[in-house]
Design a protein around this ligand. Structure first.
Ligand SMILES: [Fe+2]
Length: 268
């Protein structure tokens, strides 16, 4: 490897909440979720090119169907790199894992480009809120103890902090205090990343960057008291990670994707 290659940042793509369905016609609030995902992927390739790694951070399927997970795997064949899939509240973990394994995406830990990636399952069967089981918290500690000097991105589906969207207050991560007590012990954690909230979120907590990202289908209105959908275009998050631990990140949207949102919906 040349020095130029070693200096190149690792390019990581987050795609979240595609809410795919068994039927190719499957739509959420009037938006065909396969079409919107593919529009986002086209935008990624046009604006940023090929990533080195894809993190798919939950609500991959709206209906938990094998067909939906296969559709995700097929859409990701547009990329040349590996992906890692985690579950959200809409997913069915057994079928997600079974299909993810077929696509080499059933991963919960990677070290790549001088960074460590730890993927946690915060889904609770039958519930909208999230919780990290003792086994997940134990896994998090084990990986952080084994890699003390490696800049780390931790990702899960549910929001582990309060966000400015009241109706989502009770559907985030329930045992967030335990999570943060662990994170606070390990200064190599640079980023905590999630999906679920279908909107951009960027804050810092004790030097850790807290980041969330628009869905590849419908968006929730930031700052809303009651359930509300926003007519912003579907999007993605792009990272350029340096082995030093420095990084840049941005959210981009599929601006040319045309859709008509059902604004009268009271839920999703
Ligand atoms: Fe979602």
């Amino acid at each position: 490897m040349t020095s130029k290659e070693t200096a190149r940042p690792l390019r990581v793509l987050q795609l979240t909440d595609p809410h795919l369905m068994a039927s190719a016609d499957g739509a959420l609030l009037g938006v065909n979720t396969r079409d919107s995902l593919n529009a986002v992927i086209a935008e990624v390739l046009a604006s940023h090119g090929q990533p080195d790694l894809i993190l798919a951070t939950g609500d991959l399927a709206q209906d938990g169907s094998e067909e939906a997970y296969c559709a995700l795997g097929e859409s990701f064949t547009a990329f040349n790199c590996a992906s890692a899939w985690i579950a959200g509240n809409h997913d069915k973990v057994p079928s997600l894992k079974e299909v993810a394994a077929r696509y080499g995406a059933n991963r919960r830990h990677l070290v790549q480009g001088g960074w460590q990636f730890i993927l946690l399952d915060s889904s609770v069967p039958g519930k909208v809120h999230g919780e990290l089981a003792e086994s997940e918290l134990g896994f998090l500690v084990q990986m952080l103890e084994q890699n003390p000097d490696v800049p780390t991105l931790v990702t899960l589906h549910h929001h582990p902090v309060d966000i400015d969207t009241d109706w989502m207050a009770d559907i985030g991560l329930k045992n967030r205090e335990e999570f943060w007590q662990l994170i606070d012990r390990f200064p190599q954690v640079k980023i905590v990343l999630w999906g679920h909230i279908h909107q951009t979120f960027e804050q810092q907590r004790n030097g850790v960057h807290l980041l969330a990202t628009p869905s590849t289908c419908i968006q929730f209105t930031s700052g809303s008291r009651k359930f509300s959908v926003d007519d912003l275009a579907p999007g993605y998050r792009w990272f350029e990670l340096q082995a030093s631990g420095d990084f840049t990140t941005e959210v981009c949207r599929a601006r040319s994707f045309e859709f008509e949102l059902d604004q009268n919906s009271t839920g999703y």
